[in-house]
Structure formats: structure tokens, C-alpha cells
Design a protein around this ligand. Structure first.
Ligand code: ASP
Ligand code: MG
Length: 409
């Protein structure tokens, strides 16, 4: 018998029929003798609609009231889920964030969980009741509802699993797990059976957006095993058919490379001919940080005649803001700003890299064989990323997937 937190995302509770299917899964886990806490998202599209209402009233709306509005989507699903469980003869009760309470900080719109009181939940679970909790919401010390940022239901689920010391947190979604590459690009991509938190963080921030990043960080910090699985398939979480995100030492067969991620949303900026003196990087990147531009890869060229070039990447949607900020707010002297907004970042990720040489080499050789030019390279302990022309994204991802032996079954 295990204590399981089962979270159902928006597409898994998109309509009454799907809520019923999700309730079937929970009922099966309960029949098998498990204690279950269900965390639900809003029905798909609902949160977007609610966010839209707020912007329609005023683009400058009060974030406390924003939280009051957008947290309501999850409340609806929680009540419906509890009813659907009761209809199946499962004893169930819904618990809103303030009723538990899930205490958060005061940063409305993207609050962080500070504490979860589990006493009452444990009592209920022990008595055989299923607790249904709306994701995404908590309550502040000032007794106001707060939400945890878009995608925050994942974090609610992992947070509850950590606080309850659950055996596992199952995240039911519309994909059957985490893949070695995007299956829409690489037909030979395989579901990863187990992956470390570290790798998952790299893959998530690189575009495999299955879990909210914060939920993975929280899982890592508290050692919560997180399983990603599809609610559209027959198996329940306890069948363990999804992808398990866990600690490195739980993974016996460590692949050299676990996955190939791509992000086709990159723009490159080169500031040509900046002075090569102390403090230039700070003067360049401080204003960008203040303008909330997400700078990713950074390269500084070798200096000639006291001048150098600075190259870095930003999300394509932030390109105009970045260029404007560079021109208006840095006060730097430079000869030109050159941009390229048709680039993609391709990354190979794997904890096996920590202890093996030659991974980067395979990447460069593979891309060279396909005649793909590399603009920028960056590395971390478990990741190598390159920036290439966006048109070559599919070719690069497929070739690398094969080169690292991920195609074979
Ligand atoms: N409903 C919220 C959102 O769409 C939270 C979640 O589903 O994770 O962002
Ligand atoms: Mg989500």
C-alpha cells in the first residue's frame, strides 16, 4: 500500500467525460489499497479565458484580484472530481488551498509554497477518504488567495507529495512520458524509463515543457519520485509505465546521452566593437536583467585594438526589447548591433557526460557531416548546446539522435 499524489493536468480534465475517466483511474488505485490525494488543474483553456477577463478589465489589474479570478478554474474541477469519485462509491472530499492550508509567500501571481499543514489530510487519508485538492492555489499570511504561476499545479502536487511524504507523485498529462527527442520530429524517439531531476531540469528548460520547472526543483530538494504518464492510456500510475524522474543513484543504466532537446525560439545579438575594459559586461547585461530579458548563451570574442564583440542569445519574443534596452540604457560605445532571429538551440543532455569524454566531439562531427554550421557553443556538466540555423533543426535533432545510439530499441 502506497501514498500517492495523483495530479491531472488541464487536458486530462478537459470535459466531464475526461473527468470521469480520471476518476476511474483514482478509483482503481483506491481499490488496490492505495491512499490517494488528487490534485487537479483547471479544465483546459479555462485559465487562459480567466486571464483574458482580467486583461480585458484592465491591463494594469491588481494581482490580488487576478489571483481571486484565475484560481477559480481549479476550484470547479476539484468539486467535480470529488463528485465523480463519490459516484463511484469512493469516499472523497475537496480541499481548497485555504482550507488545508497551503501557505504561500505574498508574491501574488507567482507565489511560492512556504508550508503545507498535513495533519487533517493525513487523518482523512487514514480513514480511507480521498482528498481532492485544486492545484495552482494557496493562501498568504494575510489570508488572501495566491496562485503559483502558470503551470503551477505541478508544483502544488509535488509540494503536497513532499509534505505528506508520499511514495510517489504521478503527473497525468497528454503525453505518455518524457522522450529522447520530440517524437513529432524523430519517429524513432523512445520513452525514457527513468531520468534524473538534473536532466529533467535541462530538458524542461530546453523546451520539453512537461513539468513546471519549479516542481522538478522541489522534487529534487525533497527526493519526491515524480512519474509523468498519460491519462489517455489504460494503465494507472501504479503500473509504473511512465517516465520516473528520480535521483541519479536510482538509475542503474546510465545512458551517455539521455535526450536531444531543441528550442527553435532563439535570437542572437552581437554588439560589435565594445571597449575591452573592466565592467563592460556588467554595463551591458545589468540593464537587460532589469528589463527582464532572459539572456542565455554568452560569448565574448578575443579583443583587437582594445575593442571586442559580445554575442548572446535571447528568446525571439524579447529581441526588440533587448535591442532597445542596449541602445537606450547601457550608455556603452559600440560600432554596430547585429541580430539574427532565425536560429535554434540544439542540446544533448545526459548525466553520463560527467564521467565520459568525447560526447562533444560526436556532436560536432555529426553536425559537420551534415554541413550544419555552428554559431555558438555552450556547455555545462551534463549538457552541450549549439546554436544553428533554424531551418536545420529537424536534420540536426534526427542525426544526433542516431549518432548517440538513441534510435536503436
Ligand atoms: N491552470 C493553471 C494554468 O493553466 C495551472 C496548471 O494547470 O498547472 O497555468
Ligand atoms: Mg502543465
Amino acid at each position: 500500500m502506497a501514498l500517492i499524489v495523483a495530479k491531472f493536468g488541464g487536458t486530462s480534465v478537459a470535459d466531464i467525460e475526461r473527468i470521469e475517466r480520471a476518476a476511474d483511474k483514482v478509483a482503481r488505485e483506491v481499490e488496490a489499497g492505495h491512499k490517494v490525494v488528487v490534485v487537479v488543474s483547471a479544465m483546459s483553456g479555462v485559465t487562459n479565458t480567466l486571464v483574458g477577463y482580467c486583461s480585458d478589465i484592465s491591463p494594469m489589474h491588481d494581482l490580488r484580484e487576478y489571483d481571486t479570478v484565475v484560481s477559480s478554474g481549479e476550484q470547479i474541477t476539484a468539486g467535480l472530481m470529488a463528485m465523480a469519485l463519490q459516484k463511484r462509491g469512493v469516499s472523497a472530499r475537496s480541499w481548497l488551498g485555504w482550507q488545508i492550508p497551503i501557505l504561500t509567500d505574498n508574491i501574488h501571481g507567482k507565489a511560492r509554497i512556504e508550508n503545507i499543514d498535513t495533519e487533517e489530510l493525513h487523518k482523512r487519508l487514514d480513514s480511507g477518504e480521498v482528498a481532492v485538492v485544486p492545484g495552482f492555489q494557496g493562501v498568504t499570511e494575510h489570508n488572501r488567495v495566491a496562485t503559483l504561476g502558470r503551470g503551477g499545479s505541478d508544483t502544488s502536487a509535488v509540494g503536497l507529495a513532499a509534505a505528506l511524504k508520499a511514495d510517489r507523485c504521478d503527473i497525468y498529462t497528454d503525453v505518455s512520458g518524457v522522450y529522447t527527442a520530440d517524437p513529432r520530429i524523430v519517429p524513432a524517439a523512445k520513452k525514457i524509463h527513468k531520468i534524473s531531476y538534473e536532466e529533467m531540469l535541462e530538458l524542461a528548460s530546453l523546451g520539453s515543457k512537461v513539468l513546471q520547472t519549479r516542481s522538478v526543483e522541489m522534487g529534487a530538494k525533497n527526493g519526491v519520485p515524480i512519474q509523468v504518464l498519460s491519462s489517455f492510456e489504460e494503465d494507472v500510475g501504479s503500473a509504473r509505465k511512465g517516465t520516473l524522474v528520480t535521483t541519479e543513484d536510482q538509475i542503474m543504466e546510465q545512458e551517455l546521452v539521455s535526450g536531444i532537446a531543441h528550442n527553435s525560439d532563439e535570437a542572437k545579438i552581437t554588439v560589435v566593437g565594445v571597449e575591452d575594459v573592466p565592467g563592460v559586461a556588467a554595463r551591458l547585461f545589468d540593464p537587460l536583467a532589469k528589463a527582464s530579458v532572459n539572456v542565455d548563451m554568452i560569448v565574448q570574442n578575443i579583443a583587437t585594438d582594445g575593442r571586442t564583440d559580445m554575442t548572446f542569445t535571447v528568446p525571439r519574443g524579447e529581441l526588440d526589447l533587448a535591442v532597445k534596452t542596449l541602445k537606450d540604457d547601457t550608455g556603452l560605445s559600440y560600432s554596430d548591433i547585429v541580430v539574427n532571429d532565425n536560429l535554434a538551440k540544439i542540446s544533448v543532455v545526459g548525466i553520463g557526460m560527467k564521467s565520459h569524454a568525447g560526447v562533444a566531439n560526436t556532436m560536432f562531427r555529426t553536425l559537420a557531416e551534415k554541413n550544419i554550421n555552428i554559431h555558438v557553443i555552450s556547455t555545462s556538466e551534463i549538457k552541450i548546446s549549439v546554436l544553428i540555423e533554424a531551418d536545420y533543426t529537424e536534420l540536426a535533432v534526427r542525426s544526433l539522435h542516431a549518432a548517440y545510439g538513441l534510435d536503436e530499441s
